[in-house]
Write a protein that binds this ligand. Structure first.
Ligand SMILES: NC(=O)c1ccc[n+]([C@@H]2O[C@H](COP(=O)([O-])OP(=O)(O)OC[C@H]3O[C@@H](n4cnc5c(N)ncnc54)[C@H](O)[C@@H]3O)[C@@H](O)[C@H]2O)c1
Length: 342
């Protein structure tokens, strides 16, 4: 079966997803696209002969010529399109965040649980990055023993991002319990918000995760991660495949932004998603529950920035109400969440 896919929101990410689907992912053809900026949408799918530019996103979602939908529009619009896709019974790959607030994520969870099957996948593409997959393999293999600490660095030349909460949950196989945010002295480029920030996250099982988020580091894009276990550590090595010797030094180049750094991850993520759609199987991408848990951690981070204290990550008091059965392994330590009041 060739999957007929559509993209809603054809900005930087949506145009890239459309390009990858049409040119680098097998078993799929782009048959539709929508953006409130029609011209931008036309340009994104120019040269894709089967792609129709829709004038209404809900019409696109329900169109019989569309089997699956990528949501890559602005954050605040994700919930509306995800709910429409669930109502239409169509698989959807929603860019992160699932929704910017917990209430929106809960409405999507409730709709999916009511539908009785998993239709929504969330675009936490680090799960498909070869380096992150090797980290996961080493941890799962028990080579470094129980994970005790995780050190994360996310530096960006100029724009924000927020994948660390999902990476920590996924790599540690654990939910996040509390978030504290420290503000060191701010960079001169930090206007209007404090930058960098230093987060300390405690997992339900007691591992500590520190996350440096430096959005205006000024020199390039860099993601680092090291997990410290009882018997060793595992870390992401330099992503560049080559180094240059010259001028009495050795240098490696860094990506300008996230697209080249995670190009392979985006491609693999889309391929896995399309393969699961074609097979009528549950996608192995991050689930609605994962998207919900990441937003809950982010919300705790916002509260912690205001309060200066450790803030609890508020997950539903009774996860079974939100489909523990449907999400299975993604719901880590349900009995721990039972103690957290929503
Ligand atoms: N997974 C990742 O690594 C990653 C990286 C960057 C961005 N993102 C996410 O992808 C999404 C898009 O980010 P971007 O960087 O491409 O932003 P962007 O501003 O380049 O593109 C967003 C597009 O959405 C369109 N849009 C806004 N409202 C819309 C609506 N109601 N209906 C349809 N289209 C609408 C805009 O016209 C624009 O073209 C965001 O949710 C962002 O958080 C994910």
């Amino acid at each position: 079966m060739t999957v007929r896919a559509a993209v809603i929101g054809t900005g930087i990410m949506g145009a890239e997803h459309a390009r990858l689907l049409e040119r680098q992912v097998s078993g799929v053809v782009v048959t539709g696209a929508f953006d409130v900026d029609t011209e931008r949408c036309r340009q994104a799918v120019a040269g894709m002969p089967s792609a129709r530019v829709f004038s209404d996103p809900i019409e696109l979602i329900f169109d019989p010529g569309i089997d699956a939908v990528v949501i890559a529009s602005a954050d605040l619009t994700h919930e509306r399109f995800a709910l429409a896709a669930i109502a239409a019974g169509k698989p959807v790959l929603c860019e992160k965040p699932l929704a910017p607030d917990i209430a929106g994520c809960e409405r999507i969870l409730a709709a999916e649980v009511a539908a009785g099957r998993r239709l929504v996948s969330v675009g936490f593409m680090r799960r498909f990055d070869p380096g992150h997959r090797q980290l996961k393999q080493v941890l799962a293999g028990g080579d470094i023993g129980t994970a005790l600490l995780m050190h994360c660095v996310h530096r960006n030349r100029s724009a924000p991002a927020g994948h660390e909460f999902d990476a920590a949950r996924w790599l540690l196989d654990d939910e996040l319990a509390t978030v504290t945010v420290h503000r060191p002295r701010s960079s001169r480029r930090s206007s209007p918000t404090a930058d960098p920030l230093f987060l300390v996250v405690e997992s339900s099982a007691g591992a500590l995760v520190d996350i440096e988020v430096f959005l205006n580091c000024g020199y390039g894009y860099e993601v680092r991660c090291e997990v410290v276990g009882e018997d060793g550590t595992v870390f992401l090595d330099a992503p560049a495949a080559t180094a240059t010797r010259g001028a009495a030094g050795i240098s490696r180049s860094l990506a300008e932004d996230w697209r080249p750094r995670f190009a392979e991850a985006y491609r693999c993520e889309l391929q896995e998603w399309i393969d699961s759609v074609a097979a009528g199987a549950v996608s192995c991408l991050a689930s609605t529950w994962d998207g919900y848990a990441a937003t809950a951690a982010a919300q705790a981070g916002v509260a912690a920035l205001d309060s200066g204290r450790a803030e609890p990550v508020r997950l539903p008091p009774r996860p079974e109400l939100y489909g523990a059965e449907l999400y299975g392994a993604e719901v880590h330590g349900a009995e721990v969440h039972g103690a957290v009041q929503a």
